[in-house]
Design a protein around this ligand. Sequence first.
Ligand code: GAL
Length: 280
Amino acid sequence: MAMLVTMTSGAQNEWVTIQNGQLWKTETGDVVQAHAPGVLRVGDRWYMCGEDRSVPFSPDVNLYSSTDLQNWRFENKIIKNGVTTAELGRSRMIERPKLLYNAKTGKYLVWCHYESSNYGASEAACFECDSVNGDYRFVWGGRPLGIKSRDCNIYQDTDGTAYFISTTEENQHLGLFRLSDDYREAVEHTQLFPRQSREAPAIVRMPEGRYFMFSSACSGWAPNQCKMSHSTDLRSGWTPLENTGNVIAYDTQAAAILEIKGTKATTYLYVGDRWQDPSL
Ligand code: GAL
């Protein structure tokens, strides 16, 4: 399936076709390894970090950039598993790395799921860097506010407040963790969707102030029905989950909803992973 989007690329507006369900290649012909991506716009470029699954079960984090979401340039291996956090060797799986920029500190951060091989650790981690494409430093790893935490995402609100959202307490609930002003630690927890076993959360805010959250059920690498809920308050009032897309979310699991502000319209783009196409 192809989708047409129009964006400013160089001096001209041109149509680009984003190919769904295919391996993407970089400018130099290498396969883009950026699974469960986090995407951040900086100036005229989109930066996308994600899991490098060329080492399937202890991924590094790669960073790519693009001006049109179609042509990708490899920037850097921003987190090297077993090197950035040498004390843990390669024993940690870094999953769902998500990029943030903190305007107050001028730092770039990556929040992620920071897991042991049997998912028993149930921890998150935070990394930081002075530039978007530099080598990130380990800031913190553990259970946010002592709460077991797995599949995750981040959400940065229009007022600059940032949140880490994760599946908590053995995949029972979703936890919304407000981050400190420097985005280096979780400071407040609100439990959402109690005992509804949601993961792969992705939040986007409409201009009028309504938040939409897409999420999946917990079925490992196998896709399942995506569900959607909305609210005008991140902490409460979420509507009952309703089905979105087909029963296997078109063979995807949500990673992000991009808000693309164009000259004529704002477009929302669902970004999902095809984990088993045909295998991890
Ligand atoms: C998925 C999750 C992935 C990974 C996988 C492991 O549900 O979204 O990030 O943790 O399970 O089975």
